[in-house]
Design a protein around this ligand. Structure first.
Ligand code: 1DX
Length: 196
């Protein structure tokens, strides 16, 4: 995956435990990269190793790391220069979700090694979306829960995300139900959309 992903893991690890924790995670993962470059493509295996190592070093299940990563990604990319990209994708939750594939198409124009997932979104009722997630990668569904939570928060919604169907021999994708259960404070949204 592009280095931006590994840099987001680094940012999350440093906020959780500081620089020395991040160094321990890299050591544990057998990763000797001093500094990731956002626009360089790295082997997926490296990213999976970082998640596994973060799980052991922080004493958290890998699923929790992935979920935290997903929530963090939405904030991190907004802060790292991709705010306008995210803004172009929509000004409401439903619009943003419906435009995720177009967002990835746009990124892929300049980043040809991008292997983007695909998201198909259906409206179930006035507070619920059904999100179908297609990916070349495996094991990342907990990350998608966090991503959808992060997107909900970006638009001022408190959401509950459930993984309602799992990819299997007979299903070529995962499904998530995203339910809006409340609204988030203006301060929380400001932090998510245009952080310091
Ligand atoms: F719900 O693969 C909200 O490398 C969501 O299954 C989901 O293949 C927001 F630095 C710039 C760059 C670069 C911008 F220039 C990526 F290279 C992309 C910014 C998407 C914001 C996908 C990252 C593929 C790398 C993938 C989980 C899970 C998608 C990560 C989240 C908005 C992004 O992202 C899977 C790769 C961006 C960029 C967004 C992604 C690759 C997402 C979301 N994906 C690189």
């Amino acid at each position: 995956m592009y280095g931006l992903v590994n840099k987001a893991i680094e940012d999350l690890a440093i906020s959780a435990g500081g620089e020395e924790t991040w160094q321990r995670i890299k050591d544990e993962a057998g990763v000797d990269v001093v500094a990731f470059v956002s626009m360089d493509a790295y082997d997926d295996d490296l990213t999976y190793r970082l998640v596994g190592a973060a799980s052991r070093v922080l004493g958290m299940p890998a699923e929790e790391i992935l979920k935290s990563f997903g929530r963090h990604w939405v904030l991190y990319t907004a802060r790292e220069g991709y705010g306008p990209l995210l803004e172009r994708a929509g000004s409401s939750l439903g619009e943003f979700l419906a435009n995720l594939d177009a967002l990835h198409t746009r990124v892929g124009l300049t980043m040809p090694a991008l292997r983007p997932p695909s998201f198909q979104v259906d409206v179930v009722d006035d507070a619920t979306f059904l999100v179908r997630y297609y990916s070349e990668r495996g094991g990342l569904s907990p990350m998608v829960v966090g991503l959808l939570e992060g997107v909900g928060k970006r638009f001022g919604h408190e959401v509950v995300v459930t993984h309602s169907a799992h990819r299997s021999e007979v299903l070529d994708h995962d499904e998530f139900l995203l339910r809006i259960v409340g609204e988030v404070s203006l301060e929380a949204v400001a932090e998510a959309v245009q952080p310091a």
